[in-house]
Design a protein around this ligand. Structure first.
Ligand SMILES: Cc1ncc(COP(=O)(O)O)c(C=O)c1O
Length: 286
């Protein structure tokens, strides 16, 4: 609302955190979809298609970095190519980096704004809500280097009376980032082990379900297309037969059909119980 006018195009790369869609469509902006492509088990951005959309009146893009739900941690060369395209076409980037602390060994998160000498056309969103498990406190942050964009954003927030946090959320935000290193190190080690155990379990026992290896986030993107079920039947299979509640991939937009998203951010015993239930339900179908 702050950076575009009604009718302007906004590029979103699906499958993605689904509030991105309504953030574009409810205020009357045009959703320009640039679906990610799955190649050899890894998702990539389709920059050729992005360029076509850019030429079709795009003013803004929503980048999800790391990407929920597919678990990519975008590499420097991918981000550089994207930023170059956005700059060529005068597109502002809203870089949602809320999952940036949750990155597995062998990968590193690169803030998009770090790539630019002048980051005035980049707005970065961060929050301690994922990393430190405090979403209920409801305080997130936007880093907006450009004074004009900052003023436009303030105006919209004032219009909807979106005021800054409260004493609890502000204290928790500051404490998490200042003192949370040891917690985060322990969390990442735990999640990495969960990721490893779950990958082995799925590969060995849950065929034809296949996991896309996450490079970051506590989310696991499961390719369930091998079950041959439509999206309604797939959801019912997990709820009624396996008795496990996952997020249906279809809600994340184009490219999500046939997938389910599993949240690994829980005690490992609970995750393993869920996998056992899925295995039992699969066997009962055979
Ligand atoms: C990519 C992404 N952005 C934003 C949010 C929500 O963030 P907040 O805690 O600031 O409401 C989520 C939560 O699921 C998310 O996955």
């Amino acid at each position: 609302m702050a950076f575009t006018e009604p009718g302007d195009g906004v590029i979103v790369q699906s499958p993605v955190y689904y509030p991105f869609f309504t953030a574009v469509t409810l205020p009357g902006r045009r959703l320009l979809l640039n679906p990610l492509e799955l190649q050899d088990g890894c998702y990539r951005m389709n920059l050729a298609h992005f360029e076509q959309l850019a030429a079709d009146g795009a003013r803004l893009m929503f980048l999800c970095s790391p990407h929920n739900p597919v678990g990519r941690v975008w590499r420097a060369d991918e981000l550089e190519a994207l930023l170059a395209l956005c700059r060529r076409h005068g597109i502002t980037v809203l870089s949602d980096e809320i999952h940036h602390d949750l990155v597995y060994p062998g990968h590193s998160h690169l803030p998009l704004a770090r790539l630019a000498d002048n980051a005035e056309d980049i707005v970065t969103a961060v929050a301690p809500s994922k990393t430190f498990n405090i979403p209920g406190l409801g305080l997130s942050a936007l880093i907006v280097p450009c004074p004009r964009r900052r003023a436009a954003l303030r105006k919209v927030m004032d219009q909807v009376h979106m005021t800054a946090g409260n004493p609890f959320s502000i204290a928790a935000f500051e404490a998490a980032y200042r003192e949370g290193d040891a917690w985060l190190d322990a969390l990442l080690a735990y999640l990495d082990e969960t990721r490893r155990v779950v990958a082995a379990h799925i590969a060995g026992r849950l065929a034809p379900i296949r996991a896309i290896e996450p490079e970051g986030t506590y989310l696991l993107w499961l390719d369930c297309s091998g079950l041959g079920l439509d999206d309604g039947a797939l959801k019912r299979f997990f709820i009624d037969e396996a008795r496990v509640g996952l997020n249906p991939g279809i809600v994340f937009g184009e490219g999500g059909s046939g997938f389910m998203r599993m949240n690994l951010g829980a005690p490992r015993s609970r995750i393993l119980e869920a996998l056992d239930r899925i295995e039992t339900a699969l066997r009962a179908r055979d």
